[in-house]
Structure formats: C-alpha cells, structure tokens
Design a protein around this ligand. Structure first.
Ligand code: ZN
Length: 266
C-alpha cells in the first residue's frame, strides 16, 4: 500500500506529531529484533539488529510502514549456530526476558494505535522466545483487532538467489553465521563497518547434531565465523537485499492488506 511520503520511516527519528500522523494511516509497524554478539573478526557485533533494521526500513518504504527502534539484545549465542559464549562481547538475555521485552513493546505499540505489527528478526536463536512474547501480547490485546506477523529474513532466500550467491553450492543456513550472507548484506548496507582485510577463510565448523553444557570451545573456529566468508561481496548483498525487499513486502501486503480485501468482500 503506497501512501504519502514521510520524512522518515524510522520511529526513533520522528517527532511525536509525525508518529501520530503516521499511525492515523493504520500502517504496518515493524519491530526489528536481533542480538549483540560476536560476528567473526571482520563484522561488528551489531549485525543481527543492523540487518533487520535495514531490511525493515526498505520494506517499510515500499508498504508505507513505520519501523520501531530495534531490540538490540537477544537470546544467548549458541555454540552450533553463533559460536557460543566464548567470545568477549556476546551478551545474551534469558529467554523469558526477551519474550517479555517483545510482549511489552507490542502492548505499547497497540496502546499508540498500531493494529498491524511485523516482528522482523535477525538472530536465529530468538525465534521461539519471540513467538512466546507475541502470544502473550495477543492474549492481552488480541480483542482490539491486532494482527502480528513474525519472520526471520533468511527464510525468504529463494533458490534463484542462493544459486547466484553460492555458485559452488550452498553450505546451508546452519553455517551462515558471520559468513557469506551476513557479510555480503553488511557490505551492501553498512560497508564502513566491514573490516575487509579481516574477512575469514576458515573451514566449516564441525559440531555434532546436539548441544552440551558446558559448551565446547573446540566446536567453533577461533575466528568465530562458522564457515569461510571469502565469497562475500557488495554485489551479492545488493542482490539479496533487493530480493528480500520484494518478497517480504509482498508477504506483508498479502497478510495485512490482501486479507482485508477478502474480508471486505465477504
Ligand atoms: Zn548474525
């Protein structure tokens, strides 16, 4: 849904009057969620909230949405998916804390008048705690006609994009921590934050199909990346970003606007 151009789609950059005006249009309000955790020797620790914030911004521009300030801390770094707690800086929340943070933010957005909310996540380990927080929020505010969508951006990768980004074969999302996908997207959205001389070329992490406590340091490469990021490039980042914007916008339109049309016809 195209609407009048706003000065910014970022709630944090709006005045309260601009935000109130934006909400009068019943926009989709995006909540980017992520984590503060190690992303290899070449990427900043903010990757997991910078990427969903940048993607949400592009999607919001397409669909006339608003982007709330990101949730910058997330669930704990797990060894097999993000390197574990061995790296200085990885700063995890307990799962129920994250659930209550997202529940409270949704409740506040609904109090402001938002009825269509999309949680756009960038940290793999967050998913079930976000789902829990959304479910708790719906229990409180669901009678107000609120609808919520929750997605993790990599779920939108198409076969076509993967074939272009990984000409030698896709190693799988399990290994894509601080690797080709995140590095390419950071080179596209925040090139000044990528240490291109430090891009790692380590072998794929070799962990079994289970977790243990205490976690094992030897399951992850000393670099912190789960596999080589050498194949990353700004052009690949631009390609992925364009595909995400197109397909996430379409999904958001479908869930929040196409169903309205169906309901209106009924
Ligand atoms: Zn990440």
């Amino acid at each position: 849904m195209k609407t009048a151009k706003m000065r910014t789609v970022l709630m944090s950059e709006m005045t309260w009057r601009e935000y109130a005006q934006a909400l009068e249009r019943d926009p989709v309000v995006f909540i980017p969620t992520g984590a503060l955790e190690q992303h290899g020797p070449h990427l900043p620790m903010a990757v997991d909230y910078l990427l969903p914030t940048a993607i949400a911004r592009e999607v919001a521009e397409q669909v006339g949405g608003v982007v709330a300030a990101p949730v910058t801390y997330g669930y704990k770094s797990m060894t097999r998916s993000a390197g574990g707690p061995f790296f200085p800086g990885s700063t995890g929340l307990d799962g129920h804390t994250l659930s209550l943070v997202i529940r409270d933010i949704i409740r506040e957005l609904v109090r402001h008048g938002a009825r269509r909310i999309c949680v756009l996540d960038g940290n793999y380990e967050n998913l079930w705690f976000l789902n829990e927080g959304i479910d708790l929020a719906m229990r409180e505010v669901g009678d107000k006609g609120v609808r919520i969508m929750c997605l993790q951006h990599w779920e939108f990768l198409t076969e076509e994009t993967l074939a272009q980004v990984f000409p030698d074969g896709y190693p799988g999302i399990e290994l894509e921590h601080a690797a080709v996908l995140e590095t390419s997207l950071m080179m596209h959205f925040h090139p000044q934050l990528v240490l291109t001389q430090q891009v790692p070329d380590n072998a794929a992490a070799d962990a079994p199909c289970y977790d243990v406590w205490p976690p094992r340091r030897e399951w992850v490469a000393p670099e912190g990346s789960l596999i080589s990021a050498k194949g990353a490039s700004p052009a690949k980042g631009a390609l992925i970003a364009a595909q995400y914007t197109r397909d996430i916008s379409a999904a958001v339109e479908r869930e929040f606007y196409a169903t309205d049309a169906v309901a209106a016809q009924a």
